[in-house]
Design a protein around this ligand. Structure first.
Ligand code: MN
Length: 487
């Protein structure tokens, strides 16, 4: 780790960048943190530098890297945010301010959890770059967790898995997500980590031989067919994602086909499908395992073609085929977008793209003072979420298990209250049907309808829907009671 390495990483991705400010920021941070040591015994500046290095490897630009170098200055040194602003400008200062705000968590236990979460969302809604620096900061903290006492290790690791990882996932930053996961996994679930580590160490060498053989076969065939490709390589599944999958398959490793996979990177979408054709010609596809995430991207924007085949040496092997652009999206997600647009439309545009973040932030602001919501907050935010569409193509973000009634209330109270029938993809369905990702949902209202059916309480999933239905029911009761008492 050194400033020279940092500069050369920046230059690699941004040959035209002026890095003199980065060097100044390094000197500034070094002076500010002089004499401070981390729990590992290393100079504090190493942490600042490591954070900045992670950001540089995500191909981010100097502004955010400077913020990374300075992120602990106002919090931990005698230099203030004003000093940062004077020396490095308002934009850098505003990111650093956001990070400083995130580090003041007052509470313990469940309250701490919700406060943490709320602050993350608020920061994100204000400037997504704050969160990205925070991720880099957290990742280096996880890398040096060995130096902390066991109880702290566990807390920081769990917090990373429960708060940071889902957010990284939703922002589509696969690269950060898997690194955060694997580094936290070790401390959050040590026994399970060891088990998965052993499985991988046993499986990978067996599979690698087959994989190399298949890679060569495919690349020869693609050349023969004159299909261009950029790269073919094997990728190992990350520990934590394998662990989660194992839990879904009764811990049976033989059911998991993508411990290793072959990834093919091509120039354009047509080539993706052409490669898929060649793969299926060489090896018989496993039924029901072809996934077209190009035509139907995952909610976080992930695109690729996946297929699993009966490969050589009786091994079952997964292929992932994507363009270079899709690959960048998968690794860098929102960070790739943001980078791309910086200086053109600026962060404004990004804000719009993460409208769901702002919705959540708003909602968390509303509930922050209400104790009884705390338990619910955890459930609601971390249930898996689904994305459905209005007939006009607007994306609506709902918790998994949500019904058309939840959808209606999400759009407008009146639409919920007067909801009569619902259609999914033009098929009429009952109001308690569970929505699935990608459904187009249409609600038909009845003008004469007085209000929601209390029976809906049996199946609605969102707090908004539940609250509105209960309010309405309580109001009707009050009306009945008041009529009754007048008699
Ligand atoms: Mn830090």
């Amino acid at each position: 780790m050194s400033i020279r390495k940092l500069i050369s990483t920046i230059k690699k991705f941004h040959p035209e960048a002026d890095t003199s400010m980065v060097e100044l920021a390094y000197d500034f941070a070094k002076t500010a943190h002089a004499g401070q040591k981390r729990a590992t015994g290393n100079e504090y500046i190493n942490h600042s530098l490591a954070t900045a290095q992670i950001l540089a490897e995500l191909k981010l630009s100097p502004t955010i890297i400077i913020a990374g170098l300075l992120h602990d200055v106002p919090e931990d040194t005698e230099y203030t945010l004003e000093d940062v602003k004077k020396n490095f400008g308002a934009e850098v200062a505003s990111i650093v301010k956001g990070i400083t705000k995130l580090s003041n968590i007052k509470y313990r236990g469940m309250d701490r959890y919700v406060e943490n979460l709320r602050k993350m969302f608020v920061a994100m809604a204000e400037d997504i770059r704050v969160i990205i620096v925070k991720f880099a900061d957290r990742l280096h903290n996880l890398n040096t967790l060995y130096a902390l006492p066991a109880n702290k290790q566990k807390r920081i690791a769990m917090e990373s898995l429960e708060i940071y990882v889902p957010i990284a996932n939703r922002l589509g930053i696969g690269e950060l997500q898997s690194r955060l996961e694997d580094n936290a996994f070790k401390y959050a679930y040590p026994d399970e980590f060891m088990w998965v580590e052993q499985l991988i160490k046993k499986q990978v060498p067996i599979k690698t031989k087959t994989l190399n053989q298949m890679k060569t076969k495919l690349s020869n065939e693609l050349k023969k067919e004159s299909i261009n490709f950029e790269e073919i390589y094997g990728r190992n599944k990350h520990y934590y994602s394998l662990f989660r999958k194992l839990l879904r398959f009764n811990r049976d490793i033989s059911k998991i086909y993508d411990i290793v996979a072959i990834r093919v990177i091509v120039k354009n979408i047509a080539d993706c499908y052409a490669v898929l054709g060649v793969v299926h010609n060489l090896w018989k596809p496993v039924k029901g395992r072809i996934k077209d995430y190009i035509a139907q991207p995952k909610p976080n924007g992930y695109q690729s073609l996946h297929t699993t085949v009966f490969g050589d040496n009786k091994e079952i092997v997964e292929f992932q085929i994507r363009t270079k652009k899709m690959h960048e999206q998968a690794e860098f997600g929102i960070a790739a977008h943001w980078e791309y647009k910086e200086g053109k439309n600026g962060p404004e545009k990004i804000k719009k793209e993460v409208a769901w973040v702002q919705d959540l932030a708003k909602w968390l602001k509303e509930v922050r003072d209400n104790e009884s919501f705390l338990e619910g907050a955890k459930i609601d935010v971390f249930q898996n979420r689904i994305f459905v569409f209005t007939p006009q193509g607007e994306v609506i973000d709902l918790p998994d298990g949500a019904t058309p009634v939840d959808f209606a209330y999400h759009i407008h109270t009146d639409l919920g209250n007067k909801c009569e029938r619902a259609y999914i993809n033009d098929q009429q369905i009952s109001l308690d049907t569970r929505l699935k990702n990608g459904d187009v949902v249409q609600i038909v209202t009845a003008k004469k309808r007085k209000g929601p059916n209390p029976e809906w309480l049996k199946f609605v999933k969102t707090r908004t829907a539940r609250q509105h239905i209960m309010n309405f029911r309580n109001k009707s009761w009050r009306n009945i009671i008041s009529k009754f008492s007048k008699k």
